[in-house]
Design a protein around this ligand. Structure first.
Ligand code: NAI
Length: 267
């Protein structure tokens, strides 16, 4: 068995933030199909209830938990962690994935800035700092997967708050991986998911149909799992962003030889 199959196995536990739709829900379904218990944390309402029902149909009620959580609020993440540990005892996969992306500009008086940074960046930091110590302490193999974006690497124009938040996620996840490698007891590794253009609530706009070239959340998750099996740190989906094509030179510069030369993670 590969390391990943050892992690995605019966009786292990995955927590996915932003797990009520899109990439997060597709990931939660994948984990549930692999036999894991899954916890989805998302803003409440019908979307969360529907997602929970979909997951229960796969894994059974006893293996599913859906918790109304705003990831930008540290005390809500802490309450989530307490509830998960009380119910399932330990966590093996943490996917910090919740994200929002309304357009921003630097000098307009928009109020969206703080919220984008709080959800996309602080949410990832809150999740990792809250769940990480327990994941290290139990000493079993595990993964922390943070969802970044190509926009946090190549900075296309038009959405600076989002770009900054995702650049922060990249740097934070790199720092996390360094720290994990230097933590004696840690059996967990960190990974940065960098999706291409995925057809979800975040990107749909008025479109009913998936544009040619866009990926489904399921395709993204399948690619993520393949990359994890290889031990990739950067889970870099091929560029398919027709709206904001990636500047390949800047991408190569930013990830550059690290992605070529980095040894596979093996724990
Ligand atoms: P989505 O909108 O389907 O999923 C995002 C989920 O996060 C939603 O269920 C939403 O309710 C939840 N969420 C929003 N604010 C929250 C909060 N404060 N606390 C908890 N949950 C919250 O969109 P998608 O595309 O699945 O997004 C998932 C991640 O992928 C995001 O971090 C996004 O930035 C990232 N991403 C998506 C791309 C795409 O093309 N769809 C491309 C690159 C990155």
């Amino acid at each position: 068995m590969t390391n990943i199959q050892n992690i995605f196995k019966q009786s292990n536990v995955a927590v996915v933030t932003g797990g009520a739709s899109g990439i997060g829900l597709a990931a939660a379904k994948h984990f549930a199909k692999a036999g894991m218990s899954v916890v989805i944390a998302d803003l409440g309402g019908e979307k969360l209830a529907n997602a929970r029902a979909e997951l229960e149909a796969i894994a059974g009620q006893e293996h599913v938990m859906a918790v109304e959580t705003d990831v930008s609020q540290k005390e809500q993440i802490e309450a989530l962690e307490r509830a998960v540990i009380q119910r399932f005892g330990r966590v093996h996969v943490l996917m910090n994935n919740a994200g929002i992306g309304p357009e921003t500009s630097i000098f307009s008086a928009q109020s969206g800035w703080d919220n984008i940074l709080a959800v996309n960046l602080l949410g990832v930091i809150n999740g990792t700092r809250t769940f990480g110590p327990g994941m290290i302490a139990h000493g079993e193999p595990g993964l922390i997967i943070n969802t970044g974006s190509k926009q946090g690497i190549t900075t296309p124009p038009g959405n600076p708050a989002y770009n900054i938040s995702k650049a922060g996620v990249k740097v934070f996840t790199e720092a996390l991986e360094h720290e994990l490698r230097n933590t004696e007891r840690a059996q967990i590794s960190a990974h940065l998911l960098i999706p291409g253009f995925v057809f979800t609530g975040l990107t749909k706009g008025d479109r009913q149909e998936k544009p040619a070239g866009a990926w489904t959340p399921e395709q993204t998750v399948a690619f993520m799992v393949e990359s994890l099996e290889r031990g990739d740190f950067y889970i870099l989906c091929p560029d398919n962003d027709v709206a904001r094509p990636v500047d390949e030179r800047r991408m190569a510069w930013a990830i550059g030889d690290i992605i070529e030369n980095r040894p596979p993670l093996s724990r």
